[in-house]
Write a protein of this length. Sequence first.
Length: 495
Amino acid sequence: MNALQWLRIPWYSTHRSLRWLIVFVLVACAAGAVAIALLSDNPGRWQGSLGLLGVSQFFLWAFFLPATLLLAIDTRLLRVPGVQRQIIGSLLLYGVLSVILPTAWLTTRGAPMLPAVAVLALCACGGLAFATMPRYLAALLGFTPAVLNAVHPDSHLRGLDDPQTTLFIASMALALLLVAVWRGRRLLLDGANQAQGWSSPMMLQLRNGSWGQWGAIGENRQLRQRPDWLRATPDLAGAGPARPDKAVRIALGGWYLPQTWLSYVRQLTLAIGLVALPLFVVVLLNKLGGRGPGAAIEVTRRTVEGALMGGLGSLAVMAGTLIASLSVALLSKRWQRVNAELPLLALLPGMGDARHMRHALLRAGLGMPLLLHTVVALLVGAAMLFWPRHARELSFLLLAQFGSATITAALLLNLFGGRRLAIWSSALLLGLCLVLTILSLLLPLLTWGKHPVGWVGELLSPLGLIWLLLVLGMLWLGRRGWQGLQRQPHPFLAS
């Protein structure tokens, strides 16, 4: 098998929708890296380009290339000879190319070679380790940047161009590579006897469809894999003719399912525990390092502030598109497939006329997504009050949340009205929403940040105008779906 066939193995091993998602992420990160290199006049601009390329490498090795490991497991179970060696050759080839090609370009933009190689290798090995480790460990990996950012001022490491920093990054990359190789071999030997639930490796979600196939969202098979203490406890009290919107939420399922207060408290406690665990690790490391209580408190404060700022930025960029995508995916599944729940609701006596049920459907279907959009917008507004020096930058993220909420409402109204948009149209809208949200973060930072680029400020007015035109287009599209819903004798006939 030649090198071209090795390059094709991951492409044919991955679900089609996930292929194009990875292509979009790689192209967006590469475009951002080139834009930073060309538009910024900061001497350290290569670090921003390196960061974006590192993000693309993490996505490549976390969500695309691990599909070849699933193929290796299947071929071993089927006793197909020779395929596993070809898969290993494919991964080695991708490993070399994913480090050498970005490094060759970065060196032309003034980046030192060894730090670039170390950072890209760390991102690639981290992505592969993320895909192969159990889910309960992978969930904690997202707090690693905040922890490293907090302990960095107290360490002897300096910038990326420092030899000690390069050695430290390379050591971390090697450790993650060894963990990924050990976990991959363990998964290959386990074969069909893979752990389930939170003990299962993250890459098995590529097969289950949580990342690659939206149609598997909310499947009972996946819900049963959760431990009992993580399963939602539905609140069925009052559901029926007296509360038709609650009955519709129960029929829709997923995150629309009404839960008891104890169930909400249990999940909130879990979220708080996941956030508090890395902070406890930071305090413990400082205690073991001989630092006094004051130093531990200061490091913890920096960790909290860094985690809040980084988490809020990531949430504000991803939340709008993610809420719209998951809502459309879940409701499309419920609305277009043969379901017994919705027709039964339409036949139950005492549920009211079509107008009454139409309002109940809109309250249930639009209520949860718009509530989530509102929560994200309130978090951004609270950050503007807490960090007033960043209020101008965050104002564009607030505009992005409003624009993404109109996209969500328009797509769902057309779905309810029997005028669902084609997959490519929805993907185009969601992709445009993500790109505009990223620009709403980057352009204000380049205009009003620590190293402002003067002429970039001229792009802020066109950006606001594009958001305005998009909102007006979504209002027209939502009106089109509303008219379709009004013309239906019963709101459930669209399913």
